[in-house]
Design a protein around this ligand. Structure first.
Ligand code: ADP
Ligand code: ADP
Length: 239
């Protein structure tokens, strides 16, 4: 079944830059799809048009059979619980602890104060511990995020997204700031999450080799347009 459908999506920024023009593709439930392309191709804009951090100028986004193009306010907040996102720069609240950052995902995007763990039920805390254990962060649960390595920070980001039980994970260059070994750990975790939790993954990568190793399908973007959409094996060096 189709989980996500982009229909004729275009984005023109306020300064006149056309970042996406007439983008069309769909993603099936459970698929692991990588969006690849050079810097400035429009990958980040594309992902952000899905959870509406950026409003597309034109076109429709269909998620879970619902046209979400016009979603605002409460419906948008509810939608974002079903669409987790992780970022190149992690976007954690650095002065808060690991567990506080993860539970922060539970609050949606409301602000959270240090020492406010009491706001959460034991069930919610259990779920956070469980996710952090799965991601190999058991020892770091009460550490402040500013003391963690980049790879550890990204695993906190993944846990923060997962605690909302999303159907889709959007990953915007999640390994671009990491050394090769931490990058591999993150990719392995994402693949494992996709396989075991049946979460659909859409991931922006600029490294073609990594995309080919992990993705079921690759979508190539250049100058705001889709130039390739197929299995990694169909991608030749000429592309
Ligand atoms: P809009 O024109 O859609 O209102 P803005 O120009 O106000 O967007 O920029 C929104 C954010 O994007 C700002 O944080 C800005 O620094 C950043 N930004 C602006 N231009 C670029 C660019 N060329 N590439 C990446 N980010 C940019
Ligand atoms: P990628 O993720 O592939 O590097 P982006 O989606 O960040 O590409 O950027 C696509 C194009 O849109 C680039 O030309 C970039 O400079 C421009 N751009 C990105 N964000 C903004 C913004 N907020 N305002 C104006 N232009 C932007």
């Amino acid at each position: 079944t189709t989980l996500l459908e982009m229909k004729h999506v275009s984005k023109k920024y306020g300064n006149g830059t056309v970042a996406l023009s007439d983008v069309n593709f769909s993603v099936n439930e459970g698929e692991f799809v990588s969006v690849i392309g050079p810097s400035g191709a429009g990958k980040s804009t594309l992902l952000r048009c899905i959870n509406k951090m950026i409003q597309a100028t034109d076109g429709e986004v269909i998620f879970d059979s619902v046209n979400i193009s016009g979603f605002k306010g409460r419906s948008l907040r509810k939608l974002r619980t079903k669409i987790g996102m992780i970022f190149q720069n992690y976007n954690l609240v650095e002065r808060l602890s690991v567990i506080e950052n993860v539970l922060h995902g539970r609050l949606g995007y409301k602000s959270m104060l240090s020492g406010s763990l009491g706001l959460f039920t034991n069930d919610e805390k259990q779920q956070a511990y469980h996710l952090l254990e799965m991601l190999g962060l058991k020892e770091q649960i009460y550490q402040r995020c500013d003391q963690l390595s980049g790879g550890q920070k990204q695993r906190v980001g993944i846990a923060r997204a997962l605690i909302q039980n999303p159907k889709l994970m959007l990953c915007d260059e999640p390994i671009a700031s990491l050394d090769p070994s931490s990058a591999k750990t993150i990719m392995d975790h994402l693949k494992n999450i996709s396989d075991s939790l049946k979460i659909t993954v859409l991931i922006n990568l600029h490294q073609v080799d990594i995309a080919m190793n992990y993705a079921d399908r690759i979508i190539g973007v250049s100058k705001g347009q889709i130039v390739f959409n197929g299995a990694p094996s169909q991608l030749t060096s000429g592309d």
